[in-house]
Design a protein. Structure first.
Length: 205
């Protein structure tokens, strides 16, 4: 809700369903089963063409991200790269953000769709393509890997189902915005600190 995500409305249902699905099972095999179920759902929905439901489900969850990433790729081939100045604290030091008052999504959206469009995209597009070009995808992936290593380390010895469920909103978050926005603006670090203090762990800060 902090980032006005419409998917926040269904998170309680999704998290409860996943809790019921994962609580008494091996996590690795459970994710495999969930993946297979999604594949079957995709084929069935496309085969029988449920029109608006198929469109909303697959275009909004898969197609939109791919389309926006492609547009970011084309946009930043002939527009200035941000070199991470789209991150507020970086720009506060460098004062080098090239798009003025417009966010990345607004800059790209204006180019392809109009002034009212905010084409916010995933972290590969924002922290990768917009920051340093195509090679930035590898760098953004490495940054996410570091985050995963961090959470694996601080999550040792705790209930893995609980950790998976509490991080679902942030998984959705990085598919729609910068990884740094998820960590800082979305307060993932702050939330993790609260969680692990609650469980008797030393504060992360």
């Amino acid at each position: 809700m902090a980032v006005a995500s419409k998917t926040a409305l269904v998170f309680p249902i999704v998290i409860y369903f996943l809790y019921r699905s994962l609580r008494n099972r091996n996590l690795k095999s459970s994710f495999s089963y969930l993946g297979m179920a999604l594949i079957v759902l995709m084929f069935v929905s496309l085969l029988f063409d449920f029109n608006i439901y198929t469109s909303i489900l697959w275009m909004r969850t898969l197609g939109n991200s791919g389309s926006l990433t492609m547009h970011y790729h084309y946009f930043f081939q002939d527009h200035p790269l941000t070199y991470y100045s789209h991150i507020n604290f970086v720009n506060a030091l460098s004062q080098s953000y090239p798009y003025g008052a417009k966010s990345l999504g607004e800059a790209v959206g204006t180019q392809y769709w109009g002034e009212d469009m905010n084409a916010n995209a995933n972290f590969w597009a924002t922290d990768g393509l917009a920051a340093v070009g195509d090679l930035g995808i590898l760098l953004a992936s490495f940054l996410l890997f570091i985050v995963f290593v961090f959470f694996n380390r601080i999550g040792r010895g705790y209930n893995l189902v609980f950790l998976v469920l509490i991080l679902i909103p942030y998984i959705m978050f990085i598919l729609n915005t910068s990884l740094f926005s998820a960590l800082l603006t979305g307060e993932l670090f702050y939330l993790s600190d609260i969680i692990f203090q609650q469980y008797g762990t030393e504060s992360l800060y």
